[in-house]
Ligand binder design. Structure first.
Ligand SMILES: Nc1nc2c(ncn2[C@@H]2O[C@H](COP(=O)(O)OP(=O)(O)O)[C@@H](O)[C@H]2O)c(=O)[nH]1
Ligand SMILES: [Mg+2]
Length: 380
């Protein structure tokens, strides 16, 4: 059987099963794949191994759950951002400065031994930030904070990869990216072009930006090849066939913001420039802990990376400023905005002032896709 078909068949076997059972199935297949097989079979083996490692990470987390599991952090707020980096890069300092959460800041490595959450407030709601123990090479093999840390990273909406401008910024960022790769995670410049949401029924549905006929056909054949029967595919920024294929393959694509600390220290310019040169497609924010103003761009960079936009929900059908800001995924429609604020009952449409409409105050239907900064009055 071709490797591709075998992959699809295995994924189908895993579908809907509990994780211990999935692990058993995956290990069974791995045993029967000869190590010397090359080419697509080697890729298949690598992918299955990454899947096993990821599931083992879940296991490692759960096995401690009976007691108090220090790596379990309850999700709160609009989205979850995980601060990650090698020792002493300024992660804990950032968490404290941005959220006020009490975490240990120290000039010795490994001062943070467990994840510490804090909330970063702002227009449209608070973001959850999580400070983490330092990354060391070999996490997947149990080094340092090990697989529980990898598991925590895999749950992030965005990773803030923190490096120190004056201490081998590129080398230390690379350590983080290499560790992600061991379990099938990849740092990408956000936001995700499409969000894939498996569903129990209803076939394959597309929402968000419209696809042309050819794109939709490509998307449907990718979904079919992965044996996914029911899913909602939200097209957020456009169609990226390679990205969708990887999502269907079970890879975890993590939007990243590079945060380069100690930006005002001697020699920092060199570290900042080198980092931006090495990853020109990733957003970068340079910060200096003693200068609060340098932290201000972080929130908007994080929102951009996760693909959230602010819209203003008007209290009346008039631009009198009365309303509240809501953060919505890019390319959300009016129905999604209404659902978000619990107003979907008996909703007829909306009136909008902003860039998504031709005329100010234009009446639109529930399927109208809204734009960043739109002012929206929901009509019931
Ligand atoms: N000058 C300067 N020092 C910083 C900055 N960020 C962190 N530090 C210092 O670097 C050391 C390590 O910081 P910490 O936040 O504990 O690093 P972590 O191990 O990544 O959590 C501490 O002594 C901090 O005061 C920064 O932007 N500028
Ligand atoms: Mg720390």
């Amino acid at each position: 059987m071709p490797a591709r078909d075998l992959w699809s068949r295995i994924q189908k076997q895993l579908h809907g099963r509990a994780e211990p059972e999935q692990l058993r199935i995956l290990r069974g297949h791995l045993d029967s794949l000869h190590d010397e097989w090359k080419g697509p079979y080697k890729d298949l083996r690598d992918r299955l191994r990454r899947q096993v490692r990821r599931l083992e990470g879940h296991d490692a987390v759960r096995s401690r759950a009976g007691q108090h599991d220090p790596f379990h952090v309850k999700r709160q707020g609009e989205a979850t951002v995980v601060l990650v980096g090698t020792p002493n890069t300024g992660k804990s300092t950032l968490l404290q400065a941005l959220t006020g959460a009490a975490t240990i800041v120290a000039d010795y490595p490994f001062s943070t031994s467990r994840p510490v959450p804090g909330m970063l407030s702002g227009d449209g709601g608070a973001l959850q930030l999580i400070d983490t123990p330092a990354v060391v090479p070999g996490l997947a093999d149990g080094q340092g904070p090990g697989r529980p840390l990898l598991h925590l990273l895999s749950l992030a909406d965005v990773l803030a990869v923190v490096v120190n401008a004056t201490d081998d910024a590129t080398g230390n960022a690379q350590v983080v990216f290499d560790e992600l790769a061991t379990t099938g995670m990849e740092a990408i410049s956000g936001p995700l072009a499409t969000a894939l949401q498996p569903r129990g029924k209803g076939g394959v549905r597309f929402v968000g930006l419209p696809l042309d006929r050819e794109q939709e056909q490509t998307a449907r054949s990718l979904v079919a090849a992965a044996h996914v029967e029911h899913a909602e595919i939200a097209v957020r920024t456009g169609f990226d066939a390679e990205q969708l294929r990887r999502q269907l393959d079970g890879d975890i694509l993590l939007p990243v913001v590079l945060v380069v600390t100690s930006a005002q220290q001697l020699g920092a310019d060199i570290g900042i420039a080198a980092t931006q040169r090495r990853w020109p497609h990733l957003p970068l924010v340079a910060t200096e802990s003693g200068q609060p103003a340098s932290l201000e761009p972080i929130r908007s960079s994080l929102l951009a990376a996760m693909g959230r936009m602010p819209v203003l929900l008007l209290e009346r059908a008039a631009l009198d400023g009365a309303g509240s800001i809501v953060l919505m995924p890019l390319a959300s429609d009016v129905a999604a905005v209404a659902a978000r604020v619990g107003q979907q009952e008996r909703l007829k449409g909306a009136r909008i002032w902003g860039t998504s409409v031709a005329r100010p105050g234009q009446a639109v239907s529930l399927h109208h896709v809204v734009a960043s900064g739109d002012q929206i009055f929901l009509q019931s």
